[in-house]
Design a protein around this ligand. Structure first.
Ligand SMILES: Cc1cc2nc3c(=O)[nH]c(=O)nc-3n(C[C@H](O)[C@H](O)[C@H](O)COP(=O)(O)OP(=O)(O)OC[C@H]3O[C@@H](n4cnc5c(N)ncnc54)[C@H](O)[C@@H]3O)c2cc1C
Length: 410
């Protein structure tokens, strides 16, 4: 099959589906190709915390501002793709109290609301919380269900004239006279596509896809483990109040909690070790905040790979690599009609998509405003409809496998 499109988006995680929705709503002819089911990369293999920005407040002000802005947007447009749980930053006796104070001051200066609770008040709020907790800080964290989020973005894109192909891997790009002239899609589509612009939204695989066009994108993918255990009705998300480290976040679902995570560099996002120590350490560390999880029944364990972008000099810093996002215009590398979007977080996917769509509109000389910050996702308040989208796009992943009711678990 031969096809043409104004914009071809490669990668159907939160970022790619956010881009195809944004462009379709601006009236641009757009097609998305994902090699597997939608959201099968980092998005539906993440921890699923809707960041308030508090985690980054004292170390990365811009990243924290992006998070709180998007946290508020998603509360207004994403309905049952998210859950408003709030979150607590927990101080144990071995944690530096100055770090706690610094984080609170940074949150306040950014506009992230906080409320400090003493140990007893925190334990009253969260039954099961460790007797060693000295202080806790409430912040507006929440939970994201990424399968629903990606599928709802894709469904809205198709409702507005876009086309979304799961199980359609990009297998080749042809560059002629400094432009991509053809893209080959395999799988269920098996087509040659003639695109005006190509957007590489393939997360940890962005280096591999860029290489198909002879372009270098320096990724530094990093794996992390999550363990979901049976645990009824934990209220807020729990974050350890210390420099980010292994096993410092517990994400509440209705009858499970998700423990994690680790950060270990990998050279190939498809083939990497899944080490037992990562599971053991994550459970042990999380149990310091919520002791009953050490004995709780494990339901599923999975790894995801972060799409971190790191030019060479930053590669050694394991947790220091930026969680911010970057739009790379490969006109600077000699390929006129090719952009990559790398880095970022699930929480900020919409803002990442807006930045790319703005860039494409400028190139196409299209004068159309972004609508995605104010327009609710389809089915936002109808979980059954959202789950139908998940099934339709084969978007189910382990992050929210206990929540989404009718998808086939990946
Ligand atoms: C362990 C871990 C925990 C995390 N926790 C959180 C969290 O709690 N909160 C948060 O906000 N963020 C979190 N993140 C970060 C977040 O998951 C990612 O930043 C985000 O999901 C990236 O989305 P994406 O769409 O850019 O990439 P992905 O979701 O990885 O999507 C890229 C897609 O490209 C596809 N692809 C690759 N090659 C091709 C090809 N040749 N052709 C077609 N398609 C292709 C892949 O199959 C994949 O689906 C976490 C990440 C990890 C790994």
């Amino acid at each position: 099959m031969e096809a043409s499109t104004t914009v071809l988006v490669i990668g159907g995680g939160a970022t790619g589906t956010g881009i195809v929705r944004d462009l379709a709503l601006r009236g641009i002819d757009v097609m998305l190709a994902e090699r597997s089911g939608l959201s099968s990369g980092a998005s539906s293999r993440s921890h699923g915390l809707l960041h308030s920005g508090a985690r980054y407040a004292e170390s990365d002000r811009i990243g924290a501002e992006e998070c709180i802005e998007e946290n508020r947007v998603l509360r207004s447009i994403a309905g049952s793709c998210i859950r408003d749980t709030g979150g607590l930053f927990i101080q144990l006796p071995e944690d530096d109290p100055d770090y706690f104070d610094k984080k609170q001051a940074a949150c306040e200066s950014i506009g992230i609301e906080t409320r400090v609770l003493d140990g007893n008040a925190a334990r009253n709020l969260v039954p099961g919380l460790s007797s060693r907790v000295e202080r806790a800080m409430w912040v507006p964290d929440g939970v994201v269900y990424p399968s629903r989020l990606s599928a709802a973005n894709a469904a809205d894109a198709e409702d507005h004239g876009g086309t979304v192909y799961p199980h359609a891997p990009l297998t080749g790009l042809v560059v002629e006279d400094g432009r991509i002239t053809r893209a080959t899609l395999g799988g269920t589509v098996d087509a040659t596509v003639r695109p005006q612009y190509v957007i590489n939204a393939t997360g940890a695989w962005a280096g591999q896809v860029a290489a198909m066009a002879g372009v270098d994108v320096e990724m530094a993918p990093s794996r992390g483990v999550m363990i979901s255990v049976v645990y009824d009705a934990l209220g807020p998300a729990l974050n350890r109040c210390r420099d980010p480290d292994d096993g410092d976040i517990i994400v509440p679902h209705e009858s499970e909690v998700v423990l994690g995570t680790t950060s270990v560099p990998v050279s190939d996002p498809d083939t990497y070790e899944e080490a037992d120590w990562e599971v053991e350490k994550s459970v042990q560390e999380c149990a310091k905040m919520l002791p009953p999880v050490a004995e709780a029944t494990e339901v599923r364990t999975w790894w995801g790979v972060r799409p971190l972008y790191a030019p060479d000099e930053q590669k050694s810093a394991r947790r220091g690599i930026s969680r911010g996002f970057f739009v790379l215009d490969h006109a600077d590398d000699g390929v006129e009609n090719f952009l990559s979007i790398v880095g970022g977080k699930l929480t900020t996917y919409r803002q990442m998509a807006e930045a790319v769509a703005d860039r494409i509109c400028t190139k196409l000389d299209v004068d159309a405003e972004c609508q995605t910050a104010t327009r609710a996702l389809p089915g936002a308040n109808d979980p059954d409809r959202l789950d139908t989208f998940v099934t339709h796009y084969d978007a189910q992943g382990p992050t929210d496998a206990d929540i989404v009711t009718n998808g086939a678990v990946a």
